[in-house]
Design a protein around this ligand. Structure first.
Ligand SMILES: O=C(O)Cc1cc(O)ccc1O
Ligand SMILES: [Fe+2]
Length: 437
C-alpha cells in the first residue's frame, strides 16, 4: 500500500479514492454517488468562530450509526483518565523511569497503552494524560475511537500505520501523528515491536503557536503537516469497535469494517509531522532562552499564554551562545513537565535519561542539569557545538500531573534519580570568581 498525503495545517482539504465520489457544489446530495451516505463529523461546536470551526463531510459505505450495535462495558485497566487521584502512596518528587519493556504476550496497540500521568478533568474537557504504548501485534478486526480527546502519538521505536476513517498514515520514530477526538482508527505495525508515547489532550485541539516577532517562518511550518488522502476498507468480517468515553471503555460488535469512507472534504482530519522539518530558532549571542521557543504545537486553555498542554521538542541544533551556561538553567516551573527521549542524549542529563525513558518534573519541583552536566557546562570552551542525533520532547501542562499507580509502582522507576544532583557542590567561597573548578 502506498501512503499519500496532502500538505498544510488546518487546511480545508478534499480527497476521493474513487472518481466522482466527492460531491461538488453541495454537501448533502439527494443520492450521493456510488450509493454512499453523507455524514458530518464535527470537531467544534457548529457556532465556533470561523478560525476555530472544524468539521468534515464524510462519504461512506454505511453511516457511522451502522458501525455500532449495543455497547457493553469493557476494561482497559491500565489506561487511566483524569481525575485519577492518589491511587498510590508515592510522595511527590522529581521522577525518572527506564524504558517500558516490550510485551512478552501478544499485545496490540490498544491493549498496550499504559497511563503514566493524568491532569485536569475529562468531564470538563480540561487537561491531559501522558501514556506509553508498547505493542507486538497489529490491530486487524479491532477498531477504536476516543471520545475523550485527541491523541498525539510519538513513536520511539518501530513504525506504526495509523489507519483512520479519513486515511492511512505511516509514522516512524522521529515523526508524530494526531488522531482527532472521535475518529475511528486502528494501528498496524510496520515491522516488529513498537514503543512510543501518547499525549491524550482532553482540551481544545493542538494548534500552531503564534510566532510573534519571529515572523512568518521557522519553528513548525504549516506545509510540513501531512493529512492522508481518502482510503477505505470494504471488508465484511466480524469486527469490534472499542470506545473510550469519559474514562470508561465500551465495546460493540459489527459485521464489517468501520473504515469505509470513500471520499471526504473538510478541516477536521488526522495529520502527521516529521520533527526533522522543525526549524529551531535560538540564542545566537548569549543566554539560554525558555523552552517555549521549541513549541511544535500548543493546545490552549481559556487563559492566554497558559497552555492546556504544549508539545515541545529539543531537536538537533547548534549551540553558539557566548559567556553562557548553555544547558537548561536550574529552575522551578508552575507548569508540569513530562519528558521523553526518542533518540540520542539530552543536554541536561549526562546519564540515566535514555531513549524510551521518561522524566517527570511536576509543578514547582526544582530541577536542572545533573552534577556532571553542570561541571562540564561551567568549564566548557564555548566553541560552536552541534548537538546531533538527538530528539527529546516535553508534554508541558498548566495542570499538576498525577501519577498513576502503574507509574508509581513500575519496576522501571529509578529510585536513585535525585542522586544525579547530590554532587552539585557549594561554589561560593567568598571570592568574586567562586570555586568553579
Ligand atoms: O527541564 C527540562 O529539562 C526542560 C527544559 C529545558 C530548557 O531548555 C529550559 C527549561 C526546561 O524546563
Ligand atoms: Fe524543566
Amino acid at each position: 500500500m502506498t501512503f499519500r498525503y496532502m500538505p498544510g495545517f488546518g487546511n480545508d482539504f478534499e480527497t476521493e479514492s474513487l472518481p466522482g465520489a466527492l460531491p461538488q457544489g453541495q454537501n448533502s446530495p439527494q443520492r450521493p454517488a456510488y450509493g454512499l451516505y453523507a455524514e458530518q463529523l464535527s470537531g467544534s461546536p457548529f457556532t465556533a468562530p470561523r478560525g476555530a470551526n472544524e468539521r468534515s463531510w464524510l462519504y461512506r459505505i454505511r453511516p457511522s450509526v451502522r458501525h455500532t450495535g449495543r455497547f457493553r462495558p469493557t476494561l482497559f485497566e491500565r489506561w487511566k483518565t483524569a481525575p485519577n487521584l492518589y491511587d498510590h502512596e508515592l510522595p511527590i518528587g522529581q521522577l525518572r523511569w527506564d524504558p517500558t519493556p516490550m510485551p512478552n504476550e501478544e499485545t496490540d496497540f490498544l491493549a498496550g497503552v499504559r497511563t503514566m500521568t493524568t491532569a485536569g478533568d475529562v468531564a470538563t474537557q480540561v487537561g491531559m494524560a501522558a501514556h506509553v504504548y508498547t505493542a507486538n501485534a497489529s490491530m486487524v478486526d479491532d477498531y477504536f475511537f476516543n471520545a475523550d480527546g485527541e491523541l498525539l502519538l510519538v513513536p520511539q521505536e518501530g513504525g506504526i500505520r495509523v489507519m483512520t476513517e479519513m486515511g492511512a498514515m505511516e509514522v516512524t520514530p522521529g515523526e508524530i501523528a494526531v488522531v482527532p477526538r472521535g475518529m475511528i482508527f486502528k494501528v498496524e505495525l510496520v515491522d516488529g515491536p513498537v514503543r512510543g508515547y501518547i499525549c491524550e489532550n482532553y482540551g481544545a485541539k493542538f494548534t500552531l503557536p503564534d510566532r510573534g516577532p519571529i515572523g512568518a517562518n521557522c519553528l513548525a511550518n504549516p506545509r510540513d503537516f501531512k493529512t492522508p488522502v481518502a482510503w477505505y476498507e470494504d471488508k465484511e468480517a466480524h469486527c469490534r469497535l472499542t470506545v473510550k468515553w469519559c474514562g470508561r471503555f465500551y465495546r460493540t460488535e459489527v459485521d464489517h469494517s468501520p473504515l469505509d469512507v470513500v471520499a471526504w472534504h473538510g478541516n477536521y482530519a488526522p495529520y502527521k509531522y516529521d520533527l526533522s522539518t522543525y526549524s529551531p530558532v535560538g540564542a545566537i549571542l548569549f543566554d539560554h532562552p525558555d523552552p517555549s521557543i521549541f513549541t511544535v504545537m500548543t493546545a490552549p486553555s481559556g487563559e492566554e499564554g497558559t497552555a492546556n498542554v504544549d508539545f515541545v521538542i529539543f531537536p538537533p541544533r547548534w549551540q553558539v551562545a557566548e559567556h553562557t551556561f548553555r544547558p537548561p538553567w536550574y529552575h522551578r516551573n508552575v507548569m508540569s513537565e513530562f519528558m521523553g527521549l526518542i533518540k540520542g542524549k539530552y543536554d541536561a542529563k549526562e546519564e540515566g535519561f535514555v531513549p524510551g525513558g521518561i522524566s517527570l518534573h511536576n509543578m514547582m519541583l526544582p530541577h536542572g542539569p545533573d552534577a556532571e552536566g553542570c561541571e562540564k557546562a561551567a568549564n566548557a570552551e564555548l566553541q560552536p557545538v552541534k548537538l546531533e542525533n538527538t530528539m527529546a520532547f516535553m508534554f508541558e501542562t498548566r495542570f499538576p500531573q498525577h501519577l498513576t499507580r502503574f507509574a508509581a509502582e513500575a519496576e522501571t522507576l529509578q529510585d536513585d534519580y535525585i542522586d544525579c544532583w547530590k554532587d552539585l557542590k557549594k561554589r561560593f567561597n567568598g571570592t568574586p570568581e567562586g570555586d568553579w573548578s
